[in-house]
Design a protein around this ligand. Structure first.
Ligand SMILES: Nc1ncnc2c1ncn2[C@@H]1O[C@H](COP(=O)(O)OP(=O)(O)OP(=O)(O)O)[C@@H](O)[C@H]1O
Ligand SMILES: [Mg+2]
Length: 537
């Protein structure tokens, strides 16, 4: 049968636009809502990350409570409450129920949130799976209020109902929502693990988790120092692509391209502009930035790469800190041995600073306890946020896998009581997808991750060697001691000397030979390190 032909006019009768919310409604897996366990963890992650960002920006030690209640087997009520600065009433709708809006995406500042999608994504997920609005309560120190907020999927606008101002003396934000298609379980990917790891990478925070069975776990603050506030900086010319350059050029209020470049990027001086003019002769640096064309932007990016630049500033980075990491690992993992390092900032793609912190915990409660014994485990973090999914495509996993662990006394990484902890911090973490669960495998990043982990691994090797030597000495000592009594009796027979005296002299000789009872002072103690030596694999 012949297929009926259609012309363009007929086809284009169907031409429509959709809002970003409509797009994510159909593609919610892109936001991390795929699989029941992962969806629940994603909700908790989005709210907790927002709470930590808000508290840090306000300079408040975070006190966060996460409560998950079971409505039915696949529906959960999640409430996250913080003691942060709160959200002003006029912004609450857009902050929590509009996608691509927030206080972070337009700033070049290291924070957990980057895109203005997280909270709105949760409201959308509640709408898709239960049809219910979320409930928010907030207080800014100048009064508090509560309301229900839904998201208008067609327009990506918030719909606020039941607004009530309260006299409650509450400072902070509390968001609760009912989410369907969710499952609570205490697995590697579940909420408990997420909260525990968040506590590990944020020792300045107190985080409480109330699980569906009512069990309450508190991870108390273990350091009394707020993380250094990262400085808001400008991007470096070497870290920029043509698309970003055009976007910046089209929103700037600067009158010409030279002043736009000097104002919007770091390390661009008047002398550098002259140098760039000399190379890119066909670009008019005096025209309006909005007149910059795509080929010109491409050309500029190319020219940026051909001149020498001062390296980007690195005070835009906010790290956990080696000492803080060690305290948190000791408290939460309780291992026999620890080694940590905070590396110096490095650059990837020529202009984007990042810094790696690594730690290894060994023995004690390190590793993952399973029915078949304790297994090696990798704890991945980006900007102090735990990454629980997509491990197989992550640069951190790749770095751990590339290390020849045998060299460091670990025969089989998968079968030892070892936890490798890695946090990478950057204003621009190159994630693999919008779900932000894996760091992309940039060679410069993998290399630096390996150096950090190997630095800790070398200290682990010393510890393991000491332990093994100790073991060998102990077993030889025990073997010889088994014969001492008989030998003393035989010698006493031959020489006629007192058996007791011979036995005690022999014991003394054996003890001093094997140094027994004289353990190395640091053998039992938990070791630590925070130096920055280079390593080669
Ligand atoms: N607990 C909170 N306290 C104060 N402000 C908040 C809180 N939660 C959200 N906000 C505000 O709402 C905005 C939107 O949050 P949302 O999670 O959607 O985006 P984001 O955190 O900016 O980026 P991302 O999509 O990467 O999470 C934030 O930028 C912040 O201004
Ligand atoms: Mg967020």
């Amino acid at each position: 049968m012949a297929i009926e032909e259609k012309n363009a006019d007929e086809i284009f009768k169907e031409f429509k636009e959709q809002s970003i919310t409509q797009f994510f409604r159909k593609n919610s897996q892109m936001l991390g809502y795929s699989g029941k366990v992962r969806s629940l963890t994603t909700v908790v992650h989005e709210y907790v990350a927002n709470s930590l960002d808000a508290c840090e920006e306000a300079g408040i030690f975070p006190e966060i409570s996460v409560e998950v209640k079971e409505v039915n087997e696949s529906r959960h009520l999640v409430t996250v409450t913080d003691n942060g600065p709160g959200i002003p009433q006029k912004h609450i709708g857009k902050a929590l129920a509009s996608i691509l809006s927030g206080t972070k995406f337009h700033r070049y500042l290291q924070q957990r949130g980057q895109q203005g999608i997280g909270a709105g994504g949760c409201t959308l997920f509640a709408a898709i799976t239960t049809g219910k609005p979320i409930h928010a309560r907030s207080g800014t120190g100048k009064g508090s209020f509560e309301c229900d907020i839904a998201i208008d999927i067609k327009t990506n606008k918030p719909l606020i109902t039941n607004m009530k101002t309260t006299l409650e003396d509450f400072r902070g934000t509390s968001v609760s929502g009912e989410f369907g298609d969710t499952k609570y379980e205490r697995s590697d990917h579940g909420v408990f693990e997420y909260v525990k790891r968040t506590a590990l990478s944020n020792p300045h925070a107190t985080i409480k988790l109330i699980e569906p069975d009512g069990k309450e776990t508190v991870f108390p603050r273990s350091v009394n120092e707020m993380p250094k506030r990262p400085k808001q900086t400008k991007p470096h010319p070497l870290g920029i692509n043509a698309r970003d350059l055009l976007d910046f050029a089209h929103v700037t209020d600067k009158g010409n391209i030279s002043s736009f470049l000097m104002e919007s990027f770091s390390r661009v001086s008047a002398a550098k502009i002259d140098e760039l003019r000399g190379i890119a002769k066909d670009i008019n640096f005096d025209k309006k930035p909005r007149e910059l064309t795509w080929p010109e932007a491409e050309k500029l990016v190319e020219v940026f790469k051909s001149v020498k630049w001062i390296a980007p500033e690195t005070d835009s980075l906010s790290v956990i800190g080696a000492a803080q990491m060690e305290t948190a690992m000791l408290n939460i993992i309780n291992p026999q041995f620890i080694s940590v390092t905070e590396r110096k900032p490095k650059i990837f793609k020529g202009g984007i600073p990042f810094v790696v912190e690594a730690g290894i915990a060994y023995g004690g409660d390190a590793g993952k306890k399973t029915e078949e014994g304790t297994k090696g485990t990798i704890m991945r973090f980006a900007n102090k946020v735990p990454l629980l999914f997509d491990g197989s495509v992550c640069a951190i996993t790749e770095a751990v896998n590339q290390i020849q662990w045998k060299r460091y006394g670990i025969r089989d990484f998968g079968d030892e009581p070892i936890s490798v902890f890695v946090n990478i911090s950057s204003v621009y973490i190159p994630y693999n997808g919008i779900g932000k669960q894996a760091v992309s495998q940039e060679p410069e990043i993998i290399e630096e991750l390996k150096l950090g982990i190997m630095e800790c691994a070398r200290k682990l090797q010393i510890h393991i060697n000491k332990q093994r030597n100790m073991h060998v000495r102990e077993s030889r000592y025990k073997t010889i001691m088994r014969y001492v009594g008989q030998l003393a009796a035989d010698l006493s027979d031959i020489t006629g000397e007192n058996k007791g005296q011979i036995e005690s002299s022999l014991k003394h000789i054996v003890e001093s030979k094997y140094d027994m009872g004289k353990e190395d002072a640091d053998e039992e103690a938990v070791e630590s390190a925070s130096s920055d030596s280079s390593a080669e694999e």
